[in-house]
Ligand binder design. Sequence first.
Ligand code: ATP
Length: 455
Amino acid sequence: MSDNWAIRAQGVSKKFGLTLRQSMKYGLRDSVRKLAGRSSTTDVLREGEFWAVNDVSFQLNGGEALGIMGVNGCGKTTLLRILNGVYAPDKGRIQIRGRVGALIAAGAGFAPMLTGRENVYVNGALLGLSTREIDGLMDEIIAFSELDHFIDLPVRNYSSGMYVRLGFAIAALSRPDVLLMDEVLAVGDLNFQKKCFDHILQLKRQGAAIILVSHSPGAIWSVCDRGLFMNRGSVLVDGPAEETIRAYDDQNSRNAAIASSQFERAVSAHYKDTLDKEESKAEYGHSKGGTGDVVCTSVTINGESGPRIGGEFQFKESIEIVAEIEVKEPQENLLFRYTIDAVHYRFIATLDNYEQGLALPKVMPGHYVLKVRVQAPNFRPGAYVANIGITRKEVGVHLFYWFGAARFVVLHPRDLFLYADSNAVMHLNSTFELKPSPHALPEIANVIVDGRSQA
Ligand SMILES: Nc1ncnc2c1ncn2[C@@H]1O[C@H](COP(=O)(O)OP(=O)(O)OP(=O)(O)O)[C@@H](O)[C@H]1O
C-alpha cells in the first residue's frame, strides 16, 4: 500500500433517524449511556434508523482525484461531511494528512452578519492559517472570487453564486492538502466553473488529493482518475472514473424506466374510469383503447437467450418483441405497428409489418403470437418504452392501442461510450479518420498515419 496516502477511510458508517424526534430521543439516550460509562449503541441500527453511509473504505493518495457519483440521497454529501469532520462516524475510522479545504454547501460555515472579508478571516483561522497568512491571501481570494466591493458587505446579502465563489476561493486558495468539493460548484456561472476546474487540476498537479462529488459525468471525467459509485450508502464500484460513470449511467437508465412505469400506473389509476369509455386518448396514462376487434394481451421483450428480468440489454444486443394477440373478428390488411419512445422523445422509431415486408391480407379469428426481431438495434444507453398499435391498412381507426406496453434498458457498453447523454438516443455507425494534412510538418506526418498513432 502506498505511503503517499492523504486520506484513509476504513469501514466508515453513519446512520440517521427517519424523524428528528427519534434522532433526538436516541441522541439523548446515547449521551446518558456514555455519561454512565455504559457501552454505546452507535454501531447497531435501532427502529427507524438507516445507514446513510455504510461500511465505506478507500484510500486516496496525494496528487489523485476521486469522483463520487450516485443518485440523490445515496450518501455522497454525508461521506464528505464525515471526511470534513462535520459528522463523527458511528463506525469505522478516517485518517487525513494535512489541511482540508472543503466546499460542501453554499453558504455553510459563513456568519451571515459578518462581511465577506471578515468571513475569510474566520474561515482561514478554522483552516489553521495565521492572520498574516490570511492577509497574504486576501487579494488573491478577492480577485479569484470576483466579488470586488461586495467583499465588504455582510454575506447575508450574497446570492447563492456569490457564496459559492467566496467558499471556493477560501477552500482552494488556502493551499489545501485535501480538497473536498460537493456538487455546489454547479451553482456558479459557466466561466466561474471553468476557472474552478482549472484551479482544481492545478492543485492536483501540485500534489493535493481531491474528492469531487458530482452528477456530471463530464466533470468527473475531466478531473478524476478514480471514482466511487455509491448506492444506498454503500460503495458498489471503486475503480477507474469510466467504470464509475458507466455504473451511474446504468442506474439512471434503470431508474428512468421504473419512474416512467410508476408514473404511468399512477396516471392510469387516476384516469381509469374515463379510460374504459374513451377510445382515442393517445397519451401515456390513457394507455389502452381501440375498438376491441383485435386485442393484444401481453408484450414482452426478450434477449437472444429468452426473457430478460428487468428488461436490461447490452448495447446493440438483438431484441425480440413478442406479443399475444387475439383476433375477434375476421380482419383484412391487418397492420401491427410498434413505436419506441426514449426518455425525452416520443416515437423515435416505428416498426410496422408492411414496412418490414409482411402483408397480412386476411387474418381469421383466433389467438396468435406476433414476434418481431430487431437485429443489433442502434439505441444508445438509456431507457426506452415500446407502444403497440393495431389498425387496418386502409382504415385510420385503431382496433387496439397500448402505450407503454413494454420497457427496456440499454446498458452502458463497457468500452465504447465515455458517458451516456439522455438527449442522444441513436448511435450512428460511422468511420472516423485522421490524416496529416498535405501541409503538415514532417514530424506530424511521421506520428499519425491513417488515424493510428505510431510509436
Ligand atoms: N442530518 C440528517 N438527518 C437525517 N437524515 C439525513 C441527514 N443528512 C442526510 N440525511 C439522509 O441521509 C441520506 C443521504 O443523504 P446525502 O445528503 O448524503 O445524499 P447525497 O447522495 O449527497 O444526495 P444528493 O445527490 O441529493 O446531494 C438521505 O436519505 C438523507 O435524507
